[in-house]
Ligand binder design. Structure first.
Ligand code: IPM
Ligand code: MG
Length: 372
């Protein structure tokens, strides 16, 4: 029996998680295991009512679960960034989910905007570092004559620009990216191991030609780790160039490992080439701890409660969750169920269908039960 936390969150989050649960329950029936769901009311409604983003009780209860199934957060009543940083990023950091696993796979029957490319060409996995880089939250912003300027900031600016920030600059903001040897090593090792189980090719992303301190370290660690995996072909790409190759030659890629912020950017591009955000799942993984699975799209508040949201990315994230629990057959059956829904046109409007959110979930749940 697995204990799984369900965090619907905001906007369409609760609806799509409900469909994902339907499908995972069907998979558990068919493959002979049990899921005990634990519900959490984390999200904008509770924040607006109580001021709580994440409580110690939430974290303690989530820690007792085998995995977290996460819908989406983001609400028009809350200043952008509050829920994203206070809930989603806080969970990724608290549980040290250092791998953000984002498969980019074009399923049969799904149109891609890339002319002349098909499912055989688009099948790679992005392994995004998920705890460091420009996401560490170290930064500041201040105006001329503002009193509380830290000495370290003043020193940085005078050193770099020969600028006295208090007297010369009108307004200054900065944000620091942090990359550590161990933080890079663990995610690069994960990617090398994944490549070993796939087509044995690993591409590293960076911008070491400009941001040479942080990504110079990343590159060095990559080279050192890769030396222990002679069977894996490795290459370096700059982040600007990889956006070009994703579009021109996606078939070159097998596993792509990237620092956090570049990973954020290139996986939205990846989502588009696999048919859109409605089809892009992600896993936030701590191989030794609590992992969390989510669609990579947001909460789409304007579709909340209308029953039209596409649940496929969430259901696919459920397949990743099952894989993570070691339920490989069940995981594959869920993905097959998604493919069956696409083949039968049991899809929502954004994919050219006429089905509602719940119809799609029910279709896939019954496909999984029948072993379609
Ligand atoms: C993502 C999102 C998040 C990120 C936001 C919502 C904090 O864009 O999961 O890709 O930047 O990681
Ligand atoms: Mg993103």
């Amino acid at each position: 029996m697995y204990r799984v936390a369900a965090v619907g969150g905001d906007g369409i989050g609760p609806e799509i998680i409900a469909e994902g649960r339907k499908v995972l329950d069907a998979a558990s029936e068919r493959f002979g295991f049990e899921i005990s769901w634990e519900d959490f009311d984390i999200g904008a409604d509770r924040y607006l009512a109580t001021g709580d983003l994440l409580t110690y009780d939430d974290l303690a209860a989530l820690s007792r679960c085998d995995a977290i199934y996460f819908g989406a957060i983001g609400d028009e009543r809350v200043t952008p960034g509050v829920l994203e940083k206070g809930i989603l990023l806080a969970l990724r950091f608290y549980f040290d989910q250092y791998v953000n696993l984002r498969p980019v796979k074009l399923l049969a029957g799904v149109p891609t905007p890339l002319a002349g490319k098909g499912p055989a060409d688009i099948d790679f996995v992005v392994v995004r570092e998920n705890t460091e880089d420009f996401y560490v939250g170290i930064g500041s912003r201040f105006k001329k004559h503002q009193k509380a300027i830290l000495n370290v900031e003043r020193a940085l600016y005078s050193l770099k620009f020969e600028l006295d920030v208090e007297s010369d600059a009108e307004e200054v903001a900065y944000q620091i990216g942090v990359v550590t040897r161990e933080g890079s090593r663990r995610v690069i090792e994960y990617a090398l191991n994944l490549a070993e189980r796939r087509r044995k090719k690993l591409t590293s992303v960076d911008k070491a030609n400009v941001l040479s301190d942080v990504y110079g370290l990343w590159r060095e660690v990559f080279s050192q780790c890769a030396a222990n995996y002679p069977a894996i072909t490795t290459e370096f790409t700059y982040v600007d160039a990889i956006t070009m190759w994703f579009v021109k030659n996606p078939e070159w890629f097998d596993v792509v490992v990237t620092p956090n912020m570049f990973g954020d950017i290139i996986t939205d591009l990846g989502a588009m080439i696999q048919g859109g955000l409605g089809l892009a799942p992600g896993g936030n993984i701590n191989p030794e701890g609590t992992s969390m699975f989510e669609p990579i799209h947001g909460s789409a508040p304007k579709y909340r409660g209308l029953g039209v949201a596409n649940p496929l990315a969430t259901i696919w994230a459920g397949s990743l969750l099952l894989d993570h629990l070691g339920e490989y057959e069940a995981s594959a059956a869920v993905l097959a169920g998604i493919e069956a829904a696409i083949a039968e046109d049991a899809v929502t409007k954004d994919m050219g269908g006429i089905k509602g959110t719940a119809d799609v979930g029910s279709f896939i749940a019954s496909a999984v039960r029948k072993g379609a």
